[in-house]
Ligand binder design. Structure first.
Ligand code: SF4
Ligand code: ZN
Length: 152
């Protein structure tokens, strides 16, 4: 884990939050090995940041992050008080890469993925260009307005 916040997290310098490939085979093994560490996340104020950093679903993470126990990127156990709002990790959908995709992320309490962010940036830039062109056309009068439309 990176960032100054990780140094202040309750799990700092504690072991058993993740496993190596040789340590386990089944979900039960994972629960036995990492489960006892789950309560450590209870008072942690960085759960959302932890999930955003580890990206457990995308990374197919095995171990503890953000008050949840993950196995191959799925939550298999969690503290009682976890909230979906802590799941800031974007899920990739068919709508990704569009403005609608960015809205889908927001609806699911996620930050937009890279391609949705790019789509929003491009649309924002295009709208700005159009607004500027319209403002120029207005300033130049109706004759110029026709000219601007004719050339776009
Ligand atoms: S949520 Fe849990 S694993 Fe993540 S930083 Fe906090 S204590 Fe550590
Ligand atoms: Zn997306």
């Amino acid at each position: 884990m990176t960032g100054g916040w990780a140094l202040r997290a309750p799990c700092h310098l504690r072991d058993g939050f993740t496993v190596t490939e040789d340590d386990w085979k089944t979900r039960a093994d994972l629960k036995r090995l990492c489960g006892p560490q789950l309560p450590t996340c209870g008072p942690c104020p960085f759960r959302a940041l932890c999930i955003a950093t580890v990206k457990p679903a995308q990374a197919k993470f095995d171990g503890i992050a953000g008050g949840r126990l993950w196995c191959n990127g799925d939550v298999i156990d969690a503290l009682d008080d976890v909230s979906d709002e802590e799941l800031a990790e974007p899920k990739l959908r068919a709508s990704c890469g569009t403005e609608a995709g960015a809205k889908d992320h927001t609806r699911h309490g996620e930050s937009p993925c890279l391609s949705c962010r790019q789509a929003v940036r491009e649309m924002t830039a295009r709208r700005k260009e159009e607004a500027e062109a319209n403002a120029r056309a207005k300033a130049n009068g109706p004759g110029q307005l026709q000219f601007e439309f004719a050339t776009t």
